[in-house]
Design a protein around this ligand. Structure first.
Ligand code: 6PG
Length: 250
């Protein structure tokens, strides 16, 4: 229906089942995009939740079922730390997936983190604009996580990046965070064909309920900004993360 966000919620017994489902969605969308337009542009998420999924993608049987030569990997956000820092989202993907999938250097687009956070955000935006030129950003697949405070990517409650509608990439300086961050903005994330949230653990249950069933207040619950303009949203939850949802949402 016009204006209605296409959203599906799937609940899994545990993180292993959820990770397998996420990896399967990645492989399916990679094949579909490659068949339909010869390329698949993916936004990877950070944090800990996607780790198991990335390990599955880099191993059999999935690794040989994915058309890696047609893929370009980007990040929806990054901690502004060196790529060899254990907190780096790129570093986590490198250790779990990138070293095991047949990807050329030109296909992997880490967020630069060697300069100032402002300069690196501008540089990443330019890299994205060059990649999608002459058109707008249009990712085929976007993985996202959810924080206990309702943040997604590095769109944190009450920060200026939430209101950004022109820039594709913003620097994020949040007092509660131990490091600066760089994030793609909501309009760019929402330009994705398929957005997949991966959320596990009971600690996330209140945030999940707030995002999916709570009063709409994106400044307080930034994940509510994620409403793809043309695409669809899939929420992959384990039972603990879904425990507060009403039956109608599941
Ligand atoms: C980051 C992520 C962030 C993450 C959530 C959930 O850089 O931290 O991009 O948005 O997805 O904070 O993190 P966990 O998966 O570690 O719970």
């Amino acid at each position: 229906m016009a204006g209605e966000v296409r959203r599906r919620v799937a609940v899994f017994d545990d993180e292993e089942e959820l990770s397998l489902a996420a990896a399967g969605l990645f492989a399916l969308q990679a094949r579909r995009a490659t068949v339909s337009r010869g390329r698949c542009d993916v936004l990877l998420s950070g944090g800990e939740t996607p780790r198991r999924c990335y390990l599955m993608l880099g191993a059999e049987p999935l690794v040989s079922s994915i058309p890696w030569g047609a893929l370009h990997l980007f990040w929806g956000d990054e901690r502004h730390v060196p790529h060899d820092d254990p907190r780096s989202n790129y570093g986590m993907a490198l250790r779990t997936l990138l070293r095991r999938a047949p990807l050329g250097e030109a296909q992997v687009h880490p967020v630069p983190c060697a300069g100032t956070v402002q300069g690196d955000a501008l540089a990443y935006e330019q890299e994205l604009r060059n990649h999608f030129a002459p058109g707008p950003a249009a990712f085929d697949l976007c993985f996202l996580g959810l924080g206990e405070d309702g943040h997604t990517a590095s769109l944190f409650p009450g920060t200026p990046a939430l209101r950004e509608r022109e820039r594709w990439v913003c620097e994020v300086q949040v007092p509660s965070q131990r490091f600066d961050r760089i994030t793609l903005t909501a309009p760019v994330l929402n330009a994705s064909s398929v957005i997949v949230f991966l959320v596990t653990g009971g600690a996330k249950a209140p945030a999940v309920k707030e995002v999916l069933e709570g009063e709409r207040d994106p400044q307080r619950v930034p994940a509510q900004l994620i409403e793809p303009t043309q695409g669809r949203v899939v929420w992959l939850l384990d039972r603990d993360a879904a425990r507060l949802l009403s039956q109608t949402t599941r």
